[in-house]
Design a protein around this ligand. Structure first.
Ligand code: NAD
Length: 496
């Protein structure tokens, strides 16, 4: 059972939180009313009036204090993540690692990245121009349930370092970790006015996105909701970062280390029960090694256990409706002729890992994001066909290539239509905090992480001053007609 949301006759929203692994009730929370959200945004707006102009080094100090306090609360954070998502401890640890890595990297590069920079004046040598990075004002961050810590903390610190005050809406299914993060932030920084939570469901998210008090939106979640938010933001041209779904492909070439490829497919497909945006969902294997790879894949999958015991490999599906979606994809594939191999028995919200073969691109399991512990495997005759099939998707988050020759992988990357390409590994791209993270097409717009992550929460302002005054203004009204001939000649010579 996952969290439930009840609107009471009084209009109050009650969120009942459960541990999806055990069904055990965790806590009841009251969602924010529309008036409470408005008041929160007013407070953030007034805090922004000074924070927007704060020196970057002060923001860096704030983020470092916050990080140290989170490190001191590591066990409590892991406990919170595990209890409301059902994740296994190593999975929660990895999530926290990714956030710490982003916090550390972004705090280190912020002073350099956000420093104003002079640019060439071109032919206008008497002028001096520079680009300055200004915060948007107040940022809204809307997060999903599959990473309740990193997808709150990473965009939060990027927005804060860029000088914005921040409203965060955690997923209604995983608000408890967000509350803990807020508590740690307030205690560590003594600046509760810089970051506030808006707890609730879609209506609270909509209120943030439509509010004139919000200047930039960073949304992580499904493509469907991302499209709704993009339409809302288009009306006021509100800047928007979208980190959306994926249908990530893995390509296994004939010279790949098949054992590593099989282990990678199993971890990349089944970690967090497949509830990872960049999970491996489609596997294209060269026909010459298809049988051998499949054999290894079955062996590796057979080793996995699903359940509540700490030593089990795979935890539950976090939210009820997701279970039905995964099952519907598997049923659709089966009805269209796929061979379905299930490694274990379903139990409550625990779904056993499933391999699908004899699949094709008419099946939803090959086209729509499944977000569950299922892997679809298909043989391909050539590198060319592998690239074509991997690119045959509305999504474009990541592609994984397994090849013994890394140069061949890098060459293929040029032709792969996805925001990220990883050679001989899976999901690791999220841990390289210096690299921009984000997808092509239905997988999103804009980037988080890297200097691009800081710049996404900034506006670029061009400032022009004077290096030395000119004795006359050549194209102002009083001279324009007189200098026309001379300027025309000069242009023909200079730009020849
Ligand atoms: P979701 O889109 O249903 O919800 C995400 C957030 O948006 C939640 O907080 C929700 O309350 C809010 N929301 C829902 N409707 C809204 C609306 N109309 N206006 C404003 N806010 C609204 O996604 P989910 O089910 O929570 O998460 C799973 C999805 O997130 C998957 O598609 C997954 O691929 C994606 N995801 C992407 C990344 C990435 O970095 N690309 C990372 C994690 C998850």
């Amino acid at each position: 059972m996952s969290a439930t949301i009840e609107v009471q006759p009084s209009g109050k929203v009650l969120i009942k939180c459960f541990n999806p692994a055990t069904g055990e009730p965790l806590r009841e929370l009251e969602g924010h009313s529309s008036e409470a959200v408005d008041q929160t945004l007013e407070r953030l707006r007034s805090a922004a009036a000074s924070y927007n102009y704060s020196p970057v080094r002060e923001r860096v100090k704030l983020v470092r204090r916050f990080r140290k306090a989170l490190v001191a609360n590591l066990d409590g954070l892991i406990e919170s993540i595990c209890s409301e998502t059902g994740k296994k401890r190593p999975e929660a640890l990895l999530e926290v690692f990714a956030a710490f890595e982003v916090m550390r990297y972004q705090a280190n590069i912020a002073p350099r990245t956000l420093r104003s920079r002079y640019r060439s004046s071109g032919i206008l040598i008497h002028k001096r121009g520079y680009v300055a990075f200004r915060p948007h004002g107040v940022a809204a961050i809307i997060s999903p349930w599959n990473y309740p810590f990193v997808l709150v903390v990473s965009p939060l610190v990027e927005a804060l370092l860029a000088g914005n005050t921040v409203a965060v809406k955690p997923s209604e299914f995983t608000s408890l970790t967000g509350l803990l993060v807020k508590q740690v932030f307030d205690e560590a920084t003594g600046r509760p006015e810089l970051f506030e939570l808006a707890v609730g469901a879609a209506d609270v998210g909509q209120q943030l996105v439509t509010s004139p008090l919000i200047d930039v939106v960073c949304f992580t979640g499904s493509t469907r909701v991302g499209q709704i938010i993009a339409q809302v933001c288009a009306k006021t041209l509100k800047p928007l970062i979208l980190e959306l779904g994926g249908k990530d492909a893995m390509i296994i070439l004939e010279d790949a280390n098949l054992k590593r490829a099989a282990k990678s497919a199993v971890w990349g497909g089944f970690t967090q029960a497949g509830q990872v945006c960049m999970a491996v969902e489609r596997v294209y294997v060269m026909a010459s090694v298809y049988d051998e790879f499949l054999q290894l894949l079955r062996e590796e999958t057979r080793k996995l256990t699903t359940g509540n015991k700490p030593e089990d490999a795979i935890g539950p599906i976090t939210v009820d409706f997701q279970y039905d979606k995964v099952q519907a994809h598997i049923n659709d594939a089966k009805a269209k002729g796929a061979v379905v191999e299930t490694f274990g028995e379903p139990d409550g919200q625990h779904m056993p890992p499933t391999l699908l073969t004899d699949v094709d691109h008419t099946m939803t399991v090959m086209t729509d994001e499944t977000f569950g512990p299922e892997l679809a495997v298909m043989p391909v005759e050539s590198e060319e066909e592998a690239i074509r099939k991997a690119n045959d998707s509305l999504y474009g988050l990541s592609t994984y290539i397994f090849a013994s020759n890394e140069r061949r992988g890098r060459r293929m990357a040029r032709r792969l239509s996805s925001g990220m390409v990883v050679i001989n590994d899976v999901i690791i791209q999220y841990g390289l905090a210096s690299l921009p993270f984000g997808g092509f097409r239905f997988s999103g717009l804009g980037k988080v992480h890297g200097k691009e992550g800081l710049l996404g929460f900034s506006q670029q302002q061009s400032v022009v001053g004077t290096r030395f005054p000119m004795p006359m203004e050549l194209w102002w009204f009083d001279l324009a007609h007189k200098t026309y001939g001379l300027l025309r000649k000069f242009m023909k010579w200079w730009y020849r």
